[in-house]
Design a protein around this ligand. Sequence first.
Ligand SMILES: [Zn+2]
Length: 177
Amino acid sequence: MRFALVNDEKANPQPKVHGRCPHCGEEVISKCGRVKIWHWAHKSREVCDPWWENETEWHRAWKDNFPKEWQEISALDPETGETHIADVKTSHGMVVEFQHSTMPPEELAARERFYGNMIWIVDGLRSDLDLGYFRIGLGSTPIQTNPLAYAFAWSGPDRRLAGRSHLAAESSKPPAY
Ligand SMILES: [Zn+2]
């Protein structure tokens, strides 16, 4: 996680600081090493959200497009009793999830059910193979130009997007082809 509560303030990890998880209230420890991105870790277990994925610079850069108050917003699922932390939840209630890794289709469906009003931002540049499939899936003509957006139909084996046919791919600059 990027944020913990330190003196009741939403705080970034700093070396040798303890805080509380804003979602479950448990003690968290700052992890400020050289390999992984600086983050907060629960003292006694994995992150309290079973859907959480370890973050990279890619996640943080995306989250930074949004105000801090909108980042890492949790809600309790009354059916499962699980807590889920949205990467971003806007003040209008839309959830934005930044997805770098693959996930089982059941989890993808469960997340969409839980969040309802949401969009996915998927890292399509993890490999040349991803990029190739991404280009195949893009429509030839943008559906709008400002911001630039294409209708998108995923055709590759990547399970992050299996069955998604109405996703719009958006970029601040035109694709280089
Ligand atoms: Zn927690």
